[in-house]
Design a protein around this ligand. Structure first.
Ligand SMILES: Cc1cc2nc3c(=O)[nH]c(=O)nc-3n(C[C@H](O)[C@H](O)[C@H](O)COP(=O)(O)OP(=O)(O)OC[C@H]3O[C@@H](n4cnc5c(N)ncnc54)[C@H](O)[C@@H]3O)c2cc1C
Length: 481
C-alpha cells in the first residue's frame, strides 16, 4: 500500500488477477464473511476502523470490571493471520464509489483507496439519541471498547468522589446511576452496576456504603426486554427489583445534562432525577455508510438508516455489493449477532458460487435466517432465554447463556481466560478489571474538541485560500482593464 496523498488507488485492475473482495467491518458480519472465503479463489481485503474483532455482547462485562478488553476484542489481523488470501487494513471508510468500484478510507492522516470486484459492507450501527445528540456528552452509550472503558471509569469515579465529598446532596447524586433503555444491554448493565455496588465494592470504602447506591433502569416503553415477551420481561424485572434496581417504565427522557436527567411520565408530568452517571442504551442508528450507498445507488434506507436489501442481501441493482448485519433492513430481522454472522457467511457463499461456478446473480437462492433464539443475563445465576415458543428464565437460562457466549468468543485462549475470570467472579465476587483512569473518562470529549479545532482550522485555511484566489482574479481583471 502506498502512503501518499489521500485517495491514492492502491491496486490497479489487470485481466489475469484474482477476483477482489473488499469487506468493510471486522465485527460479526465482516469477520465471518472473511473466514467463509478462506478457501475461495479470491483475494480478500478486510478494512475496518478498529483493529480488533469486538464481541459486543460482553462489552458490559468490560464496563463493569469482570473481563479485560483483550478477552473480547482480539486483533483481527491475528485472527486471520493463517488465512493466506486475507489482508487486514486499518481504515475509516468515508466514501464508496460505486461507479469506479472503489472504497476510500483514512488511517490517521493517510488516505488510501481499495478497488473491489465484490463488496461486503458490514459497518454495524451506532448509538441513537433520537435527534438529541447533545445527550451523548452526559450519557454515553456502549458500542465500542472506548465506550466500555469510559463507562467503567465513570462508574468507579462516582464511588470515589462520593467517598470524599462532604455535601450530602452531591453524594446522593454521585451514588445515583441511571441506565436509559430496558433492552438486553440496559438490563445487563443495571444488574451489574447493582452487583458491583452491593457485593464487589462491599467494605472497600470508609465513608460511604456502596450498597446504598441507587440504580435506576428507565424506559419509555411499558415493559422490560420487549422482544422477549411479557412473561420473560416480567421475570427479568422481578429479579432486578429483588436486587434493589428501581425500574421506571413509561418514562420518556426529555433532557440530559451534567446534573441528571429530565423525564416525562405518561400524564405529562416532567420530573428531574439528579445523577452523575448516566448510561444510554436506548436506540441504534445504522452506520452513515448506509446513506452513502443509498445516495449512489438509489437504494432505500429505513428510519434507522439501514439499507433495504434484496432477498440475496445485495443492494438492488448492484449484485456485487452486499450489505449485512446491523446495517441491513430485510423482513424486520433484528440487529443481533446471528443475523450478522449468517448474513456475512451467506454473502461470502454467493460470491464463491458466482466466481468459481460462474453462476449468474439472478440464480441466487434467497437468504434464509435461522433463528437460534435470543438470550440476556439479568444477574449472576439469572438469565432469560427465548427459543421459538420455549421461554426459560433463571439458573438454567443462565447456564445456557454462559455456554453460548463462550462458544462464540473468538480464540481458544480467550475462552480459557474468560472461563477463569467468570469462575473468579462467580466464586468470590472478584472482578479483576477495576482499573479506571481520568484519561478514559475525558478522552472522547478531548478528541471531539481536537477534531472540531482541526475542522475549524481547515475551514479557515480554505476560506483564506478562496479569498486569495478572488483577490488574485480581481487584480488580474483590474490589470487587464
Ligand atoms: C452492548 C451490546 C450488547 C449486545 N448484546 C447482544 C447479545 O447479547 N446477543 C446478540 O445477538 N446481539 C447482541 N448485540 C448486537 C450485536 O452485537 C450486533 O448485532 C452485531 O455486532 C452486528 O454485527 P455487524 O457486523 O453488523 O456490526 P459490528 O459488530 O458492530 O461491526 C461493525 C464493524 O464495522 C467497523 N466500522 C464501522 N464503521 C466503519 C467505517 N466507516 N469504516 C471502517 N470500518 C467501520 C467497526 O469498526 C466494526 O469492526 C449487542 C450489541 C451491543 C452494542
Amino acid at each position: 500500500m502506498t502512503e501518499t496523498a489521500r485517495d491514492q488507488v492502491t491496486d490497479s485492475a489487470s485481466a489475469d488477477r484474482r477476483h477482489r473482495v473488499v469487506i468493510i467491518g471486522s465485527g460479526f458480519g465482516g469477520l465471518f464473511a472473511a473466514q467463509q472465503l478462506e478457501h475461495a479463489d479470491v483475494d480478500v481485503t478486510l478494512v475496518a476502523k478498529t483493529g480488533h474483532h469486538l464481541f459486543q455482547p460482553l462489552l458490559y462485562q468490560v464496563a463493569t470490571g469482570i473481563l479485560s478488553v483483550g478477552e473480547i476484542a482480539p486483533p483481527t489481523r491475528l485472527v486471520l493471520r493463517d488465512q493466506e488470501n486475507a489482508t487486514c487494513v486499518l481504515g475509516d471508510v468515508d466514501r464508496i464509489d460505486v461507479e469506479t468500484k472503489t472504497v476510500h478510507a483514512t488511517a490517521g492522516h493517510i488516505g488510501f483507496a481499495l478497488e473491489y470486484d465484490s463488496l461486503i459492507v458490514a459497518a454495524g450501527a451506532n448509538q441513537s439519541y433520537f435527534g438529541n445528540d447533545h445527550f451523548e456528552q452526559w450519557a454515553p452509550g456502549m458500542k465500542s471498547v472506548d465506550d466500555a472503558l469510559e463507562l467503567r471509569s465513570r462508574i468507579l469515579g462516582c464511588f470515589e468522589q462520593a467517598e470524599v465529598t462532604d455535601d450530602e446532596e452531591e453524594r446522593r447524586r454521585l451514588l445515583t446511576f441511571i441506565i436509559v433503555g430496558a433492552g438486553p444491554t440496559g438490563v445487563e448493565m443495571a444488574g451489574q452496576v447493582a452487583e458491583l455496588a452491593q457485593h464487589t465494592l462491599k467494605n472497600s470504602f470508609r465513608r460511604i456504603d456502596p450498597a446504598t447506591a441507587r440504580v435506576i433502569l428507565l424506559d419509555a416503553a411499558p415493559s422490560v426486554l420487549p422482544p422477549f415477551g411479557t412473561r420473560l420481561g416480567n421475570a427479568a424485572r422481578a429479579r432486578l427489583e429483588k436486587m434493589g434496581v428501581e425500574v421506571q417504565l413509561n418514562a420518556m427522557v426529555t433532557d440530559v445534562d451534567y446534573h441528571g436527567i429530565e423525564a416525562k411520565d405518561p400524564d405529562g408530568t416532567l420530573r428531574r432525577i439528579d445523577a452523575s452517571c448516566k448510561i444510554w442504551s436506548a436506540g441504534v442508528q445504522a452506520s452513515p455508510l448506509g446513506k452513502v450507498i443509498a445516495d449512489q445507488t438509489g437504494a432505500e434506507v429505513d428510519r434507522a438508516g439501514r439499507v433495504k436489501v434484496a432477498a440475496d442481501l445485495s443492494v438492488p441493482g448492484h449484485p456485487n455489493i452486499f450489505v449485512v448485519g446491523d446495517m441491513m433492513s430485510l423482513d424486520g430481522l433484528p440487529g443481533v449477532a446471528q443475523v450478522a454472522i449468517q448474513g456475512g457467511k451467506y454473502a461470502a457463499k454467493q460470491i464463491i458460487a458466482d466466481v468459481e461456478k460462474g453462476r449468474a446473480p439472478e440464480e441466487r437462492a434467497p437468504f434464509k435466517y435461522f433463528d437460534k433464539g435470543s438470550m440476556a443475563t439479568v444477574s449472576r445465576y439469572s438469565a432469560v432465554v427465548k427459543m421459538g415458543k420455549l421461554e426459560i428464565h433463571g439458573f438454567i437460562a443462565w447456564i445456557m447463556w454462559l455456554v453460548v457466549h463462550l462458544a462464540y468468543l473468538i480464540g481458544f485462549k480467550n475462552r480459557l481466560t474468560t472461563m477463569f475470570s467468570w469462575g473468579m467472579h462467580i466464586g468470590g465476587d472478584h472482578r479483576s478489571q477495576l482499573t479506571s483512569t481520568k484519561q478514559w473518562v475525558y478522552a472522547r470529549q478531548a478528541i471531539e474538541r481536537v477534531q472540531a479545532d482541526e475542522a475549524a482550522a481547515l475551514r479557515s485555511r480554505m476560506e483564506a485560500a478562496s479569498r486569495d484566489r478572488t483577490a488574485e482574479k480581481q487584480a488580474t481583471s483590474v490589470g487587464r482593464d
